[in-house]
Design a protein around this ligand. Structure first.
Ligand code: SAM
Ligand code: SF4
Length: 340
């Protein structure tokens, strides 16, 4: 394992970042790479960065410094994402470091699960709090059609591994629902919650794909998802949902829960607490804004932490009140570039 220094003390100097509309911003999604071992049709084209060199990606130490700056700025939660975060060989170090930084309370990861067996023990040992595994189908042919890769067997094995750890580890399964593609599998995914304390999250498609499947009529809205779910499970019980899990449900006697994520049809801007950092060091204050604040020159120029925190502050101050209304900047950009 790569040796890592002890994180600098960030507790005493901590401040809280609040944007111009009074929202406290304390959750960072850090995209550690925009590369991926799949090519999901709703996310990226086949030719996406095939010859990409990771030279433009933040290094391990640069990500460490970002995390420290985030902690000093009052961030409490970090999620590593991508692209596929498990492509990075330092992913365990990143998790371990984030967990050791004063102020960071929760560290989680979103992954397609292909490489999870390689890092699972290390991630648990490093103190990872939660994993969101993205899987849209249990059918091999459909999986190949959606991801353009024949790797369902790898994810299935790793899903089993994850289900066995659910409880001590917070496990969520992200299922992106596409009309007439995988909508017939709603019941099958829901059945995962029967014996395991996991959350299955049915998600709406968003217009962030460089393939623009968005335009092909495959969008399935939250209301339609709910209709399909209640047709199978009339006994579905509504639960108090988090802001982003607007519809949250459980079934009598089932261990886990089901959520519908109306990522497109509902506007969560008023309660948004997020900032994203892209794999090449841009701070994105809003999914719908193409306008980032660049951390890379400061990171590569050896700037003090105060410079990084003031850049974070600048990004927070640029956060629009309502992103969907304000901008169309990032539409058409792959989620893998923005950090999904
Ligand atoms: N590669 C990892 C994975 O797939 O979990 C992490 C990055 S991926 C961009 C994160 C999440 O974004 C996945 O759950 C994926 O389904 C979702 N996603 C990608 N493109 C999307 C789109 N156009 N609309 C909605 N969600 C999308
Ligand atoms: Fe890769 Fe995740 Fe995008 Fe699929 S959704 S292509 S796994 S980054």
């Amino acid at each position: 394992m790569k040796s890592m220094g002890k994180p600098a003390n960030t507790a005493q100097t901590c401040r809280i970042l609040t944007d111009a509309y009074g929202r406290r911003i304390d959750y960072a999604r850090i995209s550690v790479t925009s590369r991926c071992n799949l090519r999901c049709v709703y996310c990226m084209r086949e030719e996406h960065q095939r010859h990409h060199s990771p030279a433009g990606e933040l290094t391990t130490e640069e990500i460490f410094r970002c995390i420290e700056a985030l902690a000093v700025s009052g961030f409490r939660k970090v999620r590593f994402t991508g692209g596929e975060p498990l492509i990075r060989r330092d992913i365990v170090d990143l998790v371990r470091y984030a967990k050791a930084v004063d102020g960071i309370e929760t560290v989680s990861l979103t992954t397609n699960g292909i490489l999870l067996d390689r890092y699972f023990e290390g991630l648990i040992d490093a103190g990872l709090n939660g994993i969101n595994l993205s899987l849209d189908t249990f059918e091999a042919d459909r999986y190949r059609m959606i991801t353009r890769r024949n790797l369902l067997h790898k994810v299935s094995e790793n899903l089993d591994r994850l289900l066995r750890s659910a409880g001590s580890l917070k496990v969520k399964i992200n299922v992106l629902l596409l009309r007439e593609i995988n909508s017939s599998e709603i019941g099958r995914f829901t059945e995962l919650t029967r014996h395991y304390p996991v959350t299955v999250r049915f998600m709406e498609l968003m217009p962030f794909d460089d393939n623009q499947i968005w335009r092909t009529g495959k969008f399935m809205g939250a209301e339609k998802i709910l209709e399909a779910l209640t047709a199978i499970y009339p006994e579905l019980e509504a639960k108090e949902g988090k802001t982003t899990e607007h519809f949250s449900f459980s079934l009598p006697g089932y261990e886990g829960s089901v959520a519908i994520i109306p990522a497109y049809t509902r506007n969560f801007c008023s309660t948004c607490n997020r900032l994203r950092i892209t794999s090449d060091g841009k701070i994105i204050s809003c999914l719908y804004s193409g306008d980032g604040v660049d951390l890379l020159p400061a990171l590569r120029g050896g700037a003090e932490r105060e410079v990084l925190t003031s850049l974070l502050q600048k990004a927070v101050s640029k956060k629009p009140e309502d992103g969907r209304e304000a901008g169309r900047g990032a539409r058409g950009t792959s989620m893998s570039e923005i950090g999904g």
